[in-house]
Ligand binder design. Sequence first.
Ligand code: FES
Length: 109
Amino acid sequence: MSNNQASYSSTTDPSASSRCVRVCQNRTCKKQGAKKVLAAFKASVVPGVTVTATGCLGQCGNGPMVLVLPDRVWYSGVRPNEVPLVVEQHLLGGQEVEKMLYSRFHSES
Ligand code: FES
C-alpha cells in the first residue's frame, strides 16, 4: 500500500507558472472565428502555457470565448489580431487585458 498523494501536481499552486488557455471550438464560437483564434494562440508559444481547444463553455453568442486557467479569466469576442496582446500582457506579463474581459464574469465597476 503506497500513498502517492505527494506526487499529485496541482494547477492551482500559486507558485506554479503553468497556465492553460482554453479556446472554445464549438459551433457558435467557431462561426465567430474561433478557429483562427485558436491558431493564433497555438502560434504563440509561451513557456508554461498550454493551449487547448475546448467544447462549449456555455457562453454561446459572446464568442469566440477564451478561458485562461487557473486565473479564471474570461475573454469574449476575441479576434485573432488581439491574441498577441493577451499573450504579451497576460500570459507573459501576468496582467489581464481589461478591455477584452467578458463583462458577465468580470464586472468593471
Ligand atoms: S459555442 Fe463557444 S461558448 Fe458555446
